[in-house]
Design a protein around this ligand. Structure first.
Ligand code: FAD
Length: 376
């Protein structure tokens, strides 16, 4: 019997599995998803006050559609021998592999790095929540004023003093000029302080040292700067981008037997753009890679990756959210309207559970148009 092995149980892995199961129908293809945890972790929700709400049990998605789950960490991929090896020594042979092991925060290398918190993983987010639980009047230093740093800083604002730091001279350096006035207005409104053009160089119990040698009080330091593709990408041959992502073709193929999806893969969208590490791409990439892995084994036509238009929606805590469309990030809504769209997105990223038909139908959609606040 043919075997599709999907490594990773995030958005890309789960939707690869559901999509492959949909294309398989009654055909004799075994589909196995390997991931260390028992849950799909909705990483975009980890900055919220209760990170456990970001969990969806994998068995409620995989079991109804006949996908096996091996709870393990893959430590080796042997593309020549078409097999993966887990940390427990289990060997899984595959006919088609989908690599969907996501990305991880680049942890800082500095004195006191062990005291630094993050919201990159469930464990990290829970540790931060527990550290600050029931406390007010604390000082939190959030390093990185990008998407995640802005969401963490604005979520914590109001409970304590928040200092948002970035090496760049502006907040949201990668978000461009479009949303910046709305972001700055929200930070002002929430009283989030900024330390720009600098970074933290040392963390002690209760304080941080800045690049200029001065110290500030800090009860918590939260690092959000810098994501890199999973180290497992190094086990697959092929060109990579500066984030360590494998370059894939329009069908999300790295090589004849290997597909990559989500944060492990860089897919070209047009002459000037490649996918951004985000769930808005991980979901349709997963659906496309899973579809193609199964279709290829069945001799059916493969599909090209065709995502919806690029959008961003940054949660700004008590100041709402800023929603943009297009690569120039034109602001479409701010404040409560932006938040309405954010809430819609946060609901939509929850996959259906328990009902096989609903899960398989959802796996068919590769193109989702995000409505504006007026349509909601
Ligand atoms: C705080 C935060 C906020 C975010 N906000 C947004 C947002 O608003 N909008 C947006 O679009 N994106 C957002 N993102 C980014 C988004 O979460 C990621 O792009 C998305 O999760 C990528 O999905 P993925 O399936 O590729 O990888 P992941 O979600 O990283 O999942 C990877 C999976 O692979 C598993 N895995 C890893 N290594 C191995 C191994 N060796 N063996 C087996 N399994 C392994 C992991 O356990 C996990 O199950 C945010 C991320 C964070 C951290």
């Amino acid at each position: 019997m043919h075997h599709i092995v999907i490594v990773g149980g995030g958005f890309a892995g789960v939707w690869s599995a559901a999509s492959a199961a949909r294309v398989r129908g009654d055909a004799a293809i075994r589909i196995t998803l390997v991931s260390p945890g028992t849950d799909l972790v909705l990483r975009p929700r980890l900055y919220e006050a209760e990170p456990e709400r970001a969990l969806v049990p994998l068995k409620r998605i995989l079991e109804p559609v006949g996908v096996e789950h091996v709870q393990a960490t893959v430590t080796e991929i042997d593309t020549a021998g078409r097999r993966v090896v887990t940390g427990d020594g289990e060997v899984l042979a595959y006919d088609r592999l989908v690599l969907a092991t996501g990305s991880q925060l680049i942890r800082p290398q500095l004195p006191g790095a062990e005291r630094v918190f993050d919201v990159d993983t469930l464990d990290g987010a829970v540790a931060l929540r527990d550290h600050l639980r029931g406390r007010t009047g604390f000082t939190a230093v959030v390093v990185g004023a990008g998407f995640t740093g802005l969401e963490v800083a604005t979520e914590l604002a109001g409970r304590g003093r928040v200092i948002l730091a970035d090496r760049s001279a502006v907040v949201g350096p990668e978000l461009g000029d479009g949303p910046r006035p709305a972001i700055e207005a929200a930070l002002d409104r929430l009283g989030v302080e900024r330390r720009l053009g600098t970074t933290v160089t040392e963390v002690k119990d209760g304080s941080v040292r800045w690049a200029d040698g001065t110290w500030s009080e800090a009860d918590a330091v939260i690092w959000t700067a810098g994501l890199r593709a999973s180290p497992l990408t190094a086990h697959v041959e092929g060109p990579r981008d500066r984030l360590g992502r494998l370059e894939v073709d329009a069908r999300l193929r790295v090589s004849p037997d290997v597909f990559a999806a989500g944060d492990t893969a860089a897919a070209r969208l047009d002459a000037g753009h490649v996918t951004v590490q985000s769930c808005q791409y991980a979901v349709p990439m997963g659906r496309t890679a899973g579809h193609n892995a199964a279709a290829d084994l069945l001799g059916l036509p493969l599909i090209d990756f065709a995502p919806g238009p690029y959008v961003t929606d940054i949660d700004l805590g008590g100041a709402g959210a800023v929603f943009t469309r297009g690569w120039d990030r034109r602001v479409e809504s701010t404040g409560a309207d932006g938040k309405l769209v954010k809430q819609w997105i946060m609901e939509k990223i929850h996959p259906p559970v328990d009902d096989a038909e609903e899960i398989l139908n959802a796996a068919a959609y590769v193109y989702v148009v995000i409505p504006g606040a007026r349509e909601l």
